[in-house]
Ligand binder design. Structure first.
Ligand SMILES: [Zn+2]
Length: 232
C-alpha cells in the first residue's frame, strides 16, 4: 500500500480511469438512446426497440474496445521500443547515461553536486526505472495496458447503454420516447457533472454542455425515426 505522500487532494490521481469511464458511459447513453428513440418513433414495438438497443450496445462496446485496444497497443509498442533503446544505452554507455540523468535533475533546479548525487543513487537502485520515469515519463502507473483499457471502455460503454434500454423496456410503449428521453438526459447530466468533478473542473459548464448536445443528438434521431414511421 503506497504511503500517502500528499496532505492536499490532487485530481491527477483519479483523472485517468474515471474520465475515460465517464466518456465511455456518455457514449453508451447517447448513441444507444438515440438508436432506441429512432426505432421507438419508427416502430412503436418493444421487440424492435430491444433488438436495436442490444445490437447497439454490443456493436458500440466492441468497437470502443477494439479502438481502445489498437490505440493503447500502439502506445505500448512505442514505450517498449523506447525502453529497449534505454536498456541498450545503459548497457553500452553507462557514463553518458548518468550525465544525461544528472542534466535532467539540473534542469529541474538541483545544484550540479546534488543532481549528480541523486542521479548516482537512483541509478544504483534501478537505472532503467530512473531513466524511464525522468527521461521518458513512463512509470508503473502510467504505462500502457491495452487489454485493461479495452475492457474498461467496453464496460463503461455497456453501463451507459443499459440505461436507455432498461428505460425503454420498463415503459409502456406509448411513453417510451418521453421516458427514454428524460432518463437519458438525467444520466448524461450526471455523467457530465461526474466527469467535471473528476477533472477538478467547474460542474455546471460541463453538465450544461453534455446535456445540450444530448438534447440535440436525441432530437435528431427521434426526428429521423418519425420520418420512417411504419405501421406495425
Ligand atoms: Zn537515458
Amino acid at each position: 500500500m503506497a504511503r500517502r505522500l500528499h496532505r492536499e487532494h490532487h485530481h491527477i490521481g483519479n483523472t485517468g480511469w474515471l474520465r475515460a469511464a465517464v466518456l465511455g458511459a456518455n457514449d453508451g447513453v447517447l448513441s444507444t438512446a438515440s438508436l432506441v428513440l429512432g426505432v421507438a418513433t419508427a416502430t412503436h414495438a418493444h421487440g424492435s426497440i430491444l433488438i436495436a438497443g442490444v445490437s447497439g450496445l454490443v456493436a458500440g462496446a466492441l468497437s470502443m474496445a477494439a479502438g481502445e485496444y489498437v490505440s493503447v497497443s500502439s502506445q505500448a509498442d512505442v514505450e517498449k521500443a523506447d525502453l529497449a533503446v534505454e536498456r541498450r544505452e545503459l548497457a553500452t554507455d553507462k557514463e553518458a547515461e548518468l550525465k544525461e540523468l544528472t542534466g535532467i535533475y539540473i534542469s529541474r533546479g538541483l545544484t550540479r553536486e546534488l543532481a549528480a548525487q541523486v542521479a548516482q543513487q537512483l541509478s544504483a537502485k534501478d537505472a532503467l526505472a530512473a531513466h524511464a520515469r525522468d527521461e521518458l515519463g513512463i512509470t508503473e502507473e502510467t504505462t500502457a495496458r491495452p487489454l485493461q483499457a479495452a475492457i474498461a471502455s467496453a464496460a463503461s460503454f455497456s453501463a451507459g447503454a443499459i440505461v436507455p434500454i432498461a428505460a425503454a423496456m420498463l415503459s409502456p410503449i406509448d411513453a417510451v420516447v418521453a421516458i427514454v428521453y428524460i432518463i437519458s438526459l438525467v444520466a448524461l447530466a450526471g455523467l457530465g457533472a461526474l466527469g467535471a468533478w473528476a477533472g477538478g473542473a467547474p460542474l455546471w459548464p460541463a453538465t450544461v454542455r453534455v446535456t445540450f448536445w444530448g438534447i440535440v443528438a436525441m432530437a435528431v434521431s427521434a426526428g429521423i425515426g418519425m420520418l420512417f414511421h411504419v405501421q406495425v
